[in-house]
Every structure is written in C-alpha cells, then in structure tokens.
Design a protein around this ligand. Structure first.
Ligand code: PMP
Length: 506
C-alpha cells in the first residue's frame, strides 16, 4: 500500500494570539477584518439557548435535528425533505465535489471565486476547468467571495451548485433554480452570526437531498450547534444596518483613494497592486485584513470597528494623527454576555444596549457626560430580574475603564462634579486611586443605582463618593450618573507625565 500524501488544502490565516505576538499587542486588541462575519453574535446566542441541549448532551439526536430542518424549510417555503444539514456549508462543498465530480471536472462562476471549490476539486481528484459549459460540476458563488459582485446564474449541463453564503446581504435567492435541479448552499456563519457553531445547509429536490444525505456522516451537526441555529432562525437576521454601514465604509474608502468594487456582501474588495503591503502596515494597529493576488479585501464590521480601520488608513495613507486606542473587553458568564469598546477620552459617541432600558440609559448618561466613546452591547438573564445584568454591565464597563487607565500615569487623578436634575441634585467625587472604595448615599434609589456604582468602583479600582437626593428616583439616579461621568472626565484630564502620588505609583 502507498501511504497517502497531504493535499494542497485550505489554510487558515494566523490566530489573534500569533498575530498579536508578532506586533506586540494583546490578542483581544486584534480586530478581524478577514473573516466576513458580523462584529457580534446574535442576541439569541445565550447560555439559556443551550440549556436543553446540555441536559441531553449524552444522547444522539435520532431525528437528525428535525425541528431545525423544519424551521429552515419554513423559512424558505420548502418541504422539510428538501433540507440537509451539515457542519458548515464547507461540508457540502467537499461532499458535492466528491459526488458529482469524482475524477471529473469542476468550474466556478465567476472564474475567480472562493478557494474551497478548488480544494474540494483536489480532494475529489477532479480538474478545474475554465469553461462552465464543459464541467461536471459548477459552483456559482452568488454573491461572490472575494469580489462581492453578483453574477447571473448560468445555464449549464453539469450539476449546478449555487453558494448563497452571502445572499442575505444581496437580498436575493435562487430558489427558482431548484426545479431545474440546482443545489443551493446556505450557512449560519454569516448573516446569522454563528460561524463558530459550524452549521450550514443544502436546499435541493427531495431526490437530491436523499443522494446527499446518504453520503454524509450520520450526524455531523452537534446538538449544541443545532440549538443555537434553531434559536437564531426564530428571528431571521435584519442586515439593513450592515448594508448601510457597507455603503458608508465604501464611500469613506473611496475618499481615501481606495476604490472598492460595488459589493452585494458584507465585505469590500479593492483592486490594487501589492495588497500585502497594506495588510502588513495595518497589522501594528491590530487590524487584520486580507490580501489576494490583485486586491485587498476587508469585512464590514460595525461603525466603531470600521472607524478604527479608517483612522489607521488615514494615518498610513494621509499622515493623519491616529485617535487614542480603543479598549476592547468581553465579559461572559452563565448569566450575561457583554462586549465593551471604550475610549475614555473620546467625543461622547455612546451606544449602550443590553435590553435593560433604564440602566442602559443611565450608563449612557455617565459615558456621554464623561466625554467617552463607549459601545456596550450584550444580553442577560432578564427573566430573573435586572440584578445580574445591571451589575455585570457596570462590572464590564469598570473592567474596561481599569484597563484603559493602565498605570494611571499623566492624568489629574482627582475629579469632582455637582449636577442638578430638576428637583434632584447629585455630588460625585472620584479618585483614580487604584483602591476600590465606594461611599454612596443615593436617596431615593430607583433600585440598582447604589449597587451599580459599587460594582463600578470595585472593578475600575477607584474611590467613589456619591451623594444624591431629590423626590423623583429617576431624577436622582440620572443626576448621580451624570455627576460620576463628569467627575471621571475631570480625573482623567491629562496632567504632566507622572503618577499623581508622592509614592510614585498607585
Ligand atoms: N461559501 C463561501 C462563498 C464562503 O465565503 C464561505 C466562508 N468563508 C463558505 C461557503 C463556508 O462557510 P461555512 O462553512 O462557515 O458555512
């Protein structure tokens, strides 16, 4: 027997750990613009969504995740027998090449497309050909990766596979082609935000699904992943914000002389010679983008992350002074999952969305009146009340602030503010002491204000004194959050280059 040799195959770009080590950053500072996935998971991806699956994780799902297959069928208006599930749509790309092009020929439309089609052909011992009309199997990438363009579906004699990984962003589907024998591939990795869960599916005629399923491993999607996908499909993704952000990023890039091809996806492709040079120049900023032979590809993430990219490009291409760094922090427990991006001395660009409306509003007031740029998003177990979520949002914010303050060098250290709100008045005094102390008298407290400030003082390691009083609890809390924001801003004012302590350190 001859020993098999490794094939030329898909290689992942380096991990955050590896890239961060290369440029002297920490892994959490890296922003991936090379994966074409959303900047955050869907709100449905919470520990509670997994609870049932975990309770039965010792068992196989004998029905091959029938509830999920039914939900997918309903979503597309098809019969459940027209759906097959796999570990990502990559599973089907490999499988379909083996089924339809074993030792034969494969073509892609457009001719430059997703690299997996070629690797799948190699695995099937097939040859890539340029002319789709001559191929046994034709992958149509619609819209296309890496260029973002939307091609027409060609008429071909071979088996047609229409890969709609990014179809949500183009607002198209090729369901009409099922009747003519096409196989459509879809994924939960892109618009649904579940790339790590590895769930994809094929849509086809009942007969084709039987052909496919009979050649799959018995159950390649885990019960945990199926639970996440089922929770996600209950509220199908709304990509309108992403699409608007894509157009904004495209305009901003064009202004910088980087003209992207019109995109129907969640990424932009900019034709240029030697794109690796730009990729290398952006790495020290923690920005991971991707070079192709004749162009540069960037994922559209969200306004905050995309602004970091634009800022770095302005610095590199126009010699502008880059903004101060954005601290990125994530706090995940069984009760809450929260993501924070914070620039303590910013412009008051604030977005706080955890689902706990009142304290989202309070923390927004603190950050806005503190002149910070803050984006804090996440979910929590509100069904148990607001305690966990409010505590954790303040802890997540405090932890990010502590990281941003670093060794607390070159800032004023002390700050004080007095803020009225109608009949209520609040007084806040802060010392960025490195010691977690809170003395709080908030009367009446609408519920969680006192505990919120305790959590902040503990995690940001600050000394915080707050007195606030009035007749309306909302006014009292709002005055207190604003006063703390203003006091923090005063304490963070630049002052010399030393640590403001006769001890020399805090
Ligand atoms: N098709 C295309 C066009 C893609 O870009 C990708 C992922 N990069 C995939 C399929 C595979 O997606 P997944 O295996 O995560 O479903």
């Amino acid at each position: 027997m001859t020993r098999p040799l490794p094939l030329e195959s898909y290689t992942w770009p380096p991990s955050n750990e590896e890239l961060a080590a290369r440029v002297g950053l920490t892994p959490s500072d890296m922003i991936r613009f090379d994966g074409n996935v959303p900047a955050a998971p869907p709100a449905s991806a919470r520990p509670a969504a997994l609870a049932r699956a975990l309770a039965d994780v010792n068992e196989y799902d004998r029905g091959r995740h029938e509830p999920l297959r039914r939900a997918i069928a309903k979503y597309h208006g098809l019969d459940v027998a027209q759906v097959a599930l796999g570990a990502g749509s990559d599973e089907f790309i490999v499988l379909l090449a083996r089924i339809f092009a074993n030792g034969g020929t494969v073509a892609t439309v457009p001719s430059r497309s997703y690299s997996m089609y070629r690797y799948a052909a190699i695995m099937a011992g097939a040859t890539m050909v340029d002319d789709p009309s001559r191929a046994d199997l034709v992958f149509v990438c619609r819209p296309n990766n890496p260029t973002g363009e939307l091609v027409d579906v060609p008429d071909v004699a071979g088996q047609l596979v229409i890969d709609e990984a990014y179809a949500h962003y183009a607002g198209v589907d090729a369901l009409d082609h099922l009747e003519r024998g096409a196989i459509i591939l879809r994924t939960f990795s892109k618009a649904f935000g579940l790339a790590g869960a590895r769930v994809g599916y094929a849509l086809a005629s009942t007969q084709s699904i039987e052909v496919i399923t009979s050649r799959q491993a018995p159950l390649s999607v885990s019960t945990l992943s199926a639970a996440l996908a089922l929770a996600a499909i209950a509220t199908p993704p709304d990509v309108s914000e992403q699409v608007a952000e894509r157009e904004r990023l495209a305009r901003e890039l064009t202004e910088l002389g980087l003209e992207p091809v019109p995109s129907f996806t969640n990424f932009l492709f900019v034709p240029m010679p030697n794109p690796s040079d730009l990729v290398e120049r952006l790495l020290p900023y923690g920005l991971v983008t991707r070079a192709f032979g004749d162009g540069w590809r960037v994922s559209v993430r969200d306004e905050v992350d995309d602004d970091v990219l634009l800022d770095a490009l302005r610095a590199e291409l126009r010699g502008a002074t880059p903004s101060s760094a954005l601290v990125r922090h994530r706090r995940a427990t069984a009760e809450t999952i929260l993501r924070v991006r914070l620039r303590p001395r910013g412009e008051g660009r604030v977005y706080v969305a955890t689902g706990e409306g009142f304290y989202d509003h309070m923390l927004s007031q603190l950050a806005f009146h503190g002149g910070m740029d803050l984006r804090l998003e996440g979910v929590g177990d509100l069904e148990t009340g607001d305690h966990h979520l409010v505590e954790d949002m303040m802890r997540a914010f405090g932890e990010a602030l502590d990281r941003a303050l670093g060794d607390r060098r070159g800032i004023a250290r002390y700050g004080e503010a007095r803020v009225p709100m109608d009949e209520a008045i609040a007084h806040a005094v802060v010392d960025l002491s490195g010691r977690a102390v809170s003395e709080l008298d908030i009367d009446p407290d609408p519920g969680m204000a006192t505990h919120a400030f305790e959590s902040l003082a503990q995690t940001a390691r600050i000394t915080l004194h707050v007195t606030a009083s009035g007749r309306n609890a909302h006014h009292v809390a709002e005055a207190a959050f604003k006063a703390v924001g203003r006091a923090l801003a005063a304490a963070m004012t630049p002052s010399g280059s030393l640590v403001r302590s006769t001890k020399g350190s805090l």
